[in-house]
Design a binder for this molecule. Structure first.
Ligand code: SF4
Length: 352
């Protein structure tokens, strides 16, 4: 069952990629390294951010990964300040798990269409309309939505958690990604109602054009993130989270891979699978809107200039209402306890 959208479609900003001269880039890198040291700070960055941001993160002892793993790293690292390069819900998750630390972001306007498309008040009304259902939300949500949930899941843990709840006879209310929700519903056959949200990047991958691309490259394997439409997922050799797709790129015994997720992942994927050819899955073609063209406009807001500016001034600190943070922590910890009890690896296998 799909909940009809009762709120506006998120406004998508243009994708603006930071252009730097070599001298400017080198100067910013040197300045940021000094600021991180001086402020007892460490960087964490998402796989979808600009390669220059990921490179600097790696070079300064930070961590490039998915959202929960970013938060886990920040929690375990002794630094008192976390510079989170990603989108706002990632900064919030880091703050929820590390309330005693200062969490900065390059740009607090870096949003996510899944988060924006699931406003807390409308979501609370949706939950109220289904009081008999266990509320399971994806990591790509605001702190307030997490606070209203019973479980927070990642793309790698969703199948296992929902199957566990199904076996206990529980009916599920799922939010916000309808494609991932439908994928989980199909695989687990759980009783689920779905919020009508989507990632503007993954929603744009085109099934018909992917078929044509596969005919052009019959020797390629297809890697797909499950936030993509069903017709794209159906063509995948591997469906998985960002970390799972990077591992698949490394491990599959082929030289050519078609990749249906944000192209920012190519930086780490190429490191994991050097010499292999990575081909972007098509976003153009029949019905194309190209609101993102394969790269998240909000992730693109994370550039070296903004990283430096935030550290210089202390601007863009992420603040979460302590009561909301306390309530949001419970469903996150439930996932972590579940993961530990199942000996599954949740950290390092999430997406966003
Ligand atoms: S790529 Fe999609 S899911 Fe990830 S932050 Fe951008 S809009 Fe959200």
């Amino acid at each position: 069952m799909l909940q009809l959208r009762s709120h506006p479609i998120p406004v998508v900003p243009p994708t603006v990629v930071e252009i730097l001269s070599d001298d400017e880039r080198d100067a910013l890198r040197a300045e940021i390294k000094g600021l991180l040291r001086a402020q007892d700070a460490v960087m964490v960055a998402h796989y979808y951010t600009d390669p220059e941001v990921q490179r600097l993160c790696d070079d300064t002892g930070g961590h490039v990964s998915d959202s929960l793993d970013m938060a886990r790293f920040g929690h375990e690292h002794p630094a008192s300040t976390l510079l989170v390069a990603g989108v706002r819900f990632m900064g919030e998750t880091a703050k929820i798990l590390n309330p005693e630390k200062r969490v900065l972001m390059p740009d607090l306007e870096a949003e996510c269409s899944l988060d924006l498309g699931c406003p807390p008040a409308a979501f609370a009304a949706f939950c109220d309309a289904h009081p008999d259902r266990t509320v399971v939300v994806y990591a790509n949500t605001s702190a307030a939505v997490k606070a209203r949930s019973d479980w927070v899941v990642t793309s790698s843990s969703a199948l296992e958690v929902v199957a566990f709840l199904r076996d206990r006879g529980e009916k599920i209310l799922w939010a916000p990604d309808k494609y991932l929700g439908a994928y989980v519903q199909e695989k687990t056959e759980a009783d689920m109602v779905l919020w009508d949200g989507a990632c503007i990047v993954h929603e744009e991958f085109k099934a018909r054009e992917l078929e044509a691309l596969r005919r052009t490259h019959p020797d390629a394997k297809v890697l797909v993130h499950p936030e993509s439409p069903a017709g794209v997922v159906a063509q995948a050799d591997v469906v998985g989270s960002t970390t799972a797709l990077i591992k698949a790129a490394r491990d599959l015994p082929v030289e050519k891979l078609i990749v249906a997720t944000d192209r920012g992942i190519f930086y780490k994927m190429q490191q994991a699978a050097p010499g292999k050819t990575l081909i972007e899955a098509p976003t153009a073609g029949h019905g194309a809107t190209c609101r993102s063209c394969g790269h998240c406009p909000w992730m693109a807001m994370n550039g070296l200039r903004k990283v430096a500016a935030s550290l210089r001034s202390g601007a863009n600190e992420v603040l979460v209402d302590p009561e909301i943070g306390r309530r949001a922590l419970r469903p996150i910890e439930r996932l972590l306890d579940f993961s530990a009890s199942r000996r599954t690896v949740i950290y390092g296998a999430n997406d966003a």
